[in-house]
Write a protein that binds this ligand. Structure first.
Ligand code: TPP
Ligand code: MG
Length: 277
């Protein structure tokens, strides 16, 4: 069902809060990845607050949907969303990237409730997500696996091996959402590794493809509903057009804000833009 206007307003408000809190957290930590975290905010919110069937009271429930953040460096936003959902206290965000805490720089299944796969090395997530999808099918549940890809992530050859296998095994319970901000660590995808027509590439690998605005919660939810309503034997990729650093003008589209400590002046500007005090 489409989002009601009231629900959309509520979720947009949550996203605003998530962005502000992630900037606070990264400023306090003086390390971490602002750009990719701000980019993936709506994708994670659409999944955890609307579409993924997960239960914070039972994080390891066998028939839960899985969410795999293949671009694991965006962990701060994953943590903030998981906290809001109730997997751990929001207060714990203060411990990000500190020694011996549960919120490490990249997601870890060992440490953090709600994290379905430890990620960080790009290119590894989709293969593991496919394995999960096939395992769930063997278990005869209708659970789905949502895998969030990034541009740098799909540069890795292993992603395309997973694509071929997913089509061969008809894994239509695997839904990749490609956070396509077209910027990576060192620059624009167009310069680092031109990606061409990604829609045609995934389709050629036997995938069902959809495109939407990756900051539009309604569009994301509609795309997920559409593919889940009628699985057709093909794995799915939703090409979600996003902006790296979304919401903070001087970070938007800038690879320099991929992974950099936020200084005081920039912190104040960012918070002002995000409606903080
Ligand atoms: C195998 C591997 N090589 C290099 C890195 C270092 N690295 C971390 S993030 C990143 C770029 C990620 O870009 P993208 O997937 O587009 O993420 P986003 O723009 O959403 O932040 C790189 C090269 C890594 N984590 N893993
Ligand atoms: Mg990117």
């Amino acid at each position: 069902m489409s989002l009601t206007p009231e629900r959309k307003t509520y979720l947009d408000g949550l996203c605003k809060k998530f962005r502000r809190d992630v900037i606070d957290t990264l400023y306090a930590a003086q390390t971490g990845h602002p750009g990719g975290s701000l980019s993936v905010c709506e994708i994670l919110t659409a999944l955890y607050f609307e579409k993924a069937r997960v239960d914070p009271a039972d994080p390891n429930k066998p028939d839960r949907d899985r969410v795999v953040l293949c671009k694991g460096h965006a962990a701060p936003m994953l943590y903030r969303v998981l906290a809001e959902k109730g997997f751990f206290p929001v207060e714990e965000m203060k411990t990000l990237r500190r020694l011996n805490t549960r919120l490490q720089g990249h997601p870890s299944t060992k440490h953090t409730p709600g994290v379905d796969l430890s990620t960080g090395p790009l290119g590894a997530g989709l293969s593991a997500a496919l394995g999960m999808a096939l395992g769930l099918r063997l278990s005869k549940t209708d659970a789905r696996v949502y895998a969030i890809l990034g541009d740098g992530d799909v540069n890795e050859g292993t992603v395309w091996e997973a694509c071929m296998s997913a089509a061969k095994f008809k894994a239509d319970n695997l839904i990749a959402i490609y956070d396509r901000n077209e910027v990576q660590l060192d620059g624009k995808s167009a310069d680092i590794m031109p990606q061409g027509d990604m829609n045609a590439k995934f389709a050629a690998f036997g995938w069902r493809t959809l495109s939407c605005d990756g900051h539009d919660l309604g569009a994301l939810c509609d795309a997920i509903d559409l593919v889940n309503a009628q699985p057709d034997g093909r794995p799915v990729v939703i090409l979600a057009a996003t902006v790296k650093g979304k919401g903070v003008s001087f970070m938007e589209g800038q690879n320099t804000w991929h992974g950099k400590a936020i200084g005081e002046a920039d912190y104040k500007r960012a918070v002002a833009e995000l409606g903080g005090n």
